[in-house]
Design a protein around this ligand. Structure first.
Ligand SMILES: [Cu+2]
Length: 661
């Protein structure tokens, strides 16, 4: 079973536990003692099964079970044991003493086991990893308070005014002897004090200042005397390398009504009134210079060069590398086109909903000498407008001609927040590059699907056959592409079912090659645990998308020093896919769920961490700056799933300026 299956199974068993403990208590309160005894036995068995599911899940990593092992199960174990001892023997023999009532202590213990089971489940669902003292104290105090309240309700003789006439008055607890009554009162007051005290302490701890920075086991920030560099000074060159040219563009952000090829019109946020924005191309060695202007995007805009390791001051991350460009404003980006391959750009200011509404475009850099040259080279950004995914420019043709025998390159770019499924029919092909970086000796593929993460790019190369080839997107739910041999007069192929094709696993694709650093001896190692939980996001409480239990901007910065080999362990405890994206660096994938990469070295800037997965990646800290490190499902990013990677000695004057998404 996959980790996700264990997570779901564990949730199910936990829910069953809550239901059976509470049902045992409720049926006992209703004096259905035989049923209550059966439910108690069931609850004990479910609880034992829960121990087994948590044990199995612990084999997948401590991150998946910590709060269950340290809090949920001990709390439930203690309450369950009390319930078994106080109510079990009595319920088992209840049929021999008809008319007798279960003593209040037994009933309260049964219900309290239910509360404890529920509290454990709530901690998993709303707090997760890592377990904090605050969470533990609040959970324990809530269980204690509920137990006391239950005791009070049960032992308060609702029939006090009438029970003089009641034949059952001898069993009403209110009529107990005074000494027992005062003992009970004392216990109630003491228990209440403990519950309130620990609860208040837990709530108080919530407002502690979180630590500002984590060092991943490396040295702490160098102190005082070190001169700091501002990201504002980490800018690109102003002239190209010899032989290169300057590629100048102006991108003007503005709202526009744009008609789509699929029919209909969208009210879009655009660069230059186009969807996608101007395609930027360059040759290796050129200088790219882009002047960004903003006409009427009131929230402001930037341009972030996704996957392009530009100098930090050109990165387009508002609140880290610049202030957002407001209407009437301007910002000039300059950087060397020194990375060949397929990239894209988009706004990083209110990136959700800005990118979804259309603030994106493509960036393709060609090598100086292309060997061998592809005769047809198509850049294919896929984007969803009004629930319809479209490829490329709304005016682009969806049918292209290619000479049989010609090399064709398809640059697939996912500009959405969810993965897309690409399938090339009726031809063998190779995936020659991922996220702009060439793969080493990629093998030939046929009838294999490509699941491209949000923000990711795959370049496929094929030799045009004598018959048409289709690029099917999302099994036909999105408008695809047809390649027809030049002069072809036959029928186009029927679109095959591609949803059941096996998925290309890049972990084992291509052949290994030397990597530029020792991946086993990282200077710093950070663990990034992704989940949903209650947390503060931009100063407001939310059911957030969290990193280590916190939401942006309360997630501690990760500190690195220039030259460090840095390792990330990225863990997904949640039930959603998180496309993880670090700015300014590509990362080398080491393993997924303990399975080591055995194919081509895989350098990516965005990798899908699916539910239950654990990824190990590493990179060389060779691009000083203050870099965003976040989920590229942009709604998740907006809901808190973002932090910063900060180089020692680099500071930013832009933090806290404007709304920093
Ligand atoms: Cu996410």
């Amino acid at each position: 079973m996959s980790t996700l299956h264990w997570i779901l199974f564990d949730y199910t068993v936990a829910l069953l536990g809550v239901a059976s403990w509470l049902a045992a208590g409720v049926t006992a309160a209703l004096r259905r003692y035989r049923l209550a005894f059966g439910l108690l036995v069931g609850a004990v068995l479910v609880t034992l099964a829960r121990v087994a599911t948590v044990a199995a899940l612990s084999g997948r990593g401590w991150w998946f079970v910590q709060e269950k092992v340290l809090l949920g199960l001990p709390m439930l174990g203690a309450a369950g044991l009390a319930a078994v001892l106080l109510a079990g023997p009595w319920l088992r023999t209840a049929h021999r003493t008809p008319g007798e009532s279960l003593p209040a202590g037994g009933l309260v213990a049964l219900l309290t086991a239910g509360y404890a089971a529920l509290a454990g489940l709530m901690v998993t669902f709303f707090a997760g990893f890592p377990l904090t003292w605050s969470t533990a104290l609040i959970a324990v105090s809530l269980v204690c308070a509920s137990a006391l309240l239950t005791m009070r309700v049960i032992t308060t003789p609702t029939g006090e005014q009438t029970d003089a006439s009641s034949p059952d008055s001898s069993r009403v607890p209110g009529s107990r002897r005074p000494t027992e009554l005062s003992r009970r009162r004392f216990l109630g007051v003491a228990g209440g004090a403990v519950a309130v005290g620990s609860g208040a302490t837990g709530v108080g701890l919530l407002f502690r200042d979180p630590e500002g920075v984590v060092t991943g086991g490396g040295p702490a920030p160098a102190s005082g005397s070190t001169a700091t560099v501002s990201v504002a000074d980490l800018r690109g060159p102003s002239v190209p390398v010899p032989g290169g040219t300057t590629r100048r563009h102006t991108l003007t952000a503005r709202t526009a009504n744009v008609s789509l090829a699929s029919g209909g019109e969208v009210h879009a946020w655009t660069y230059d009134g186009r969807l996608p924005g101007t395609a930027i191309t360059a040759t290796e060695g050129d200088l790219i210079e882009v002047t960004l202007r903003n006409t009427d995007i009131d929230d402001g805009v930037t341009v972030h060069w996704h996957g392009y390791d530009v100098p930090c001051g050109e990165d387009g991350a508002p609140g880290a590398t610049q202030h957002a460009v407001k209407p009437g404003g301007e910002f000039v980006y300059r950087f060397q086109a020194d990375q060949v391959g397929t990239y894209w750009y988009h706004t990083h200011q209110v990136s959700h909903p800005g990118v979804r509404k259309g603030l994106y475009g493509t960036l393709v850099v060609s090598p100086r000498e292309r060997q061998p040259a592809e005769e047809l080279d198509l850049t294919l950004p896929v984007h969803t407008f009004d629930d319809v995914a479209v490829i490329g420019d709304q005016a682009d043709r969806t049918v292209h001609a290619a000479r049989p025998g010609a090399l064709v390159r398809l640059r697939m770019i996912n500009t959405d927040s969810d993965p897309h499924w690409f399938a090339l029919t009726d031809t063998p092909f190779r995936v020659v590059a991922v996220d702009g970086r060439d793969l080493h000796r990629p093998g030939e593929l046929r009838e294999v699907g490509l699941r491209i993460p949000a923000g990711g790019r795959y370049d496929a190369v094929l030799t045009m056959p004598e018959t048409p080839v289709a690029l099917v997107v999302d099994n036909g739910h999105a408008k695809g592409l047809l390649l027809r041999p030049t002069g072809y007069a036959g029928n186009d192929p029927a679109r095959p079912e591609t949803s059941d094709w096996p998925e290309l696993d890049l972990l084992h694709y291509g052949e290994p090659a030397v990597v530029p650093f020792d991946t086993d001896n990282a200077d710093r190692h950070f663990t990034i645990v992704l989940d949903r939980s209650l947390a503060m996001v931009d100063g407001r409480p939310a059911f957030a998308q969290t990193v280590d239990g916190r939401g942006h901007p309360s997630v501690p910065d990760q500190l690195v020093a220039e030259g460090d080999v840095v390792r990330f362990t990225v863990v997904n405890r949640s039930l959603e896919t998180h496309p993880w994206h670090l700015h300014g660096h590509s990362v080398l994938v080491l393993s997924r769920d303990g399975e080591r990469s055995s194919g081509s070295p895989l350098w990516v800037d965005t990798f899908d961490v699916r539910p239950g997965e654990v990824w190990e990646v590493a990179f060389r800290a060779n691009n000083p700056g203050v870099w965003m490190n976040h989920c590229h499902n942009l709604p998740h990013q907006e809901q808190g799933m973002m932090l910063r990677l900060v180089y020692d000695g680099v500071s930013t004057p832009f933090a806290g300026g404007s709304h920093a998404h």
